[in-house]
Design a protein around this ligand. Structure first.
Ligand SMILES: [Zn+2]
Length: 136
């Protein structure tokens, strides 16, 4: 067994659990997963922004969305999806961010990820409160 195998098995397991939790389609574009559209793990808090490799930080996304989003913030990318006429699963994203926030509170550490999650949740709340919540 190569040293990477346990880690690969853990990643595959998290992907299965994320699909079970959020459904068999891309949370961003809504495409159903199929042999030609395999699920991937998209990190809500990008790893480059300190996001942990936890189930709570991962949502199932198609490869295209995962790679096109890059390091864009959750809300910025949600809005880009909507501009493209897709119907992203905002409820699944909000649930995952809430769960991630709780997981960080329980496990401690993750200072950068914690700040990122807090900022994204504030933006989501403002978005859901409607345009009146912006500016005025
Ligand atoms: Zn997608």
């Amino acid at each position: 067994m190569s040293p990477d195998e346990p880690r690969q098995a853990a990643r595959a397991q998290r992907l299965r659990l994320a699909v079970e939790r959020d459904g068999p389609r891309c949370v961003w574009c809504g495409r159903a997963f199929a042999p030609l559209v395999p699920p991937t793990r998209d990190h809500l808090v990008p790893r480059a922004r300190g996001g942990p490799s936890w189930l709570e930080n991962e949502v199932p996304a198609c490869r295209r969305c995962n790679s096109e989003r890059g390091h864009r913030g959750v809300v910025e990318w949600l809005e880009e999806c909507e501009r493209r006429g897709w119907r992203p699963d905002e409820a699944a994203v909000v649930r995952a961010l809430d769960a991630l926030d709780r997981a960080i509170a329980e496990r401690g550490g993750q200072r950068r990820a914690r700040a990122y999650v807090a900022a994204q949740r504030r933006r989501l709340e403002r978005r859901r409160a409607g345009p009146a919540a912006y500016g005025g």
